[in-house]
Unconditional design. Structure first.
Length: 139
């Protein structure tokens, strides 16, 4: 049963950060335009490097299962804030869908922050070697 749980968590960690890794990478290439868009929505442009770090770096951390609980929790909060800041125009049906999508993604990250990365992760490897004291999974 443990192998099945670890495999499920691995698949989740592969699927969940795809959007964040590609979005973070895309923001690097379109830095100026992204910064202008953020500012037009009332978000200071100086927040863009932190956004890129969280999306791209945090996405990679989730993918590889590194500091998973903390990264997943921070990403869940970020995703809810993004929904509130950028997708709260409920008169627009697409914004409604994006808002609900963000809430669903945040829910997944909250689950990951509770159960951990599972056995197939850097967290588990580091814990096994005594370099990490964080909890890896529910077990």
């Amino acid at each position: 049963m443990k192998k099945l749980e670890d495999t499920g968590l691995l698949v989740a960690r592969i699927l969940m950060p795809i959007l964040f890794i590609t979005a973070g990478y895309g923001k690097i290439g379109a830095y100026g335009a992204t910064q202008q868009y953020m500012e037009s929505m009332g978000v200071p442009g100086f927040m863009l490097p932190l956004t890129i770090l969280l999306e791209f770096g945090g996405g990679l951390a989730i993918l590889f299962g590194f500091l998973t609980r903390t990264t997943a929790f921070i990403t869940a909060i970020f995703t809810v804030l993004t929904a509130l800041l950028f997708h709260s125009n409920f008169a627009d049906e697409m914004n409604q869908m994006m808002f609900m999508k963000n809430l669903s993604i945040a829910g997944g990250f909250l689950v990951l922050s509770v159960v951990g990365a599972g056995g197939f992760s850097l967290d588990a490897l580091l814990k096994k070697r005594g370099l990490f004291s964080g909890s890896v999974s529910r077990a």
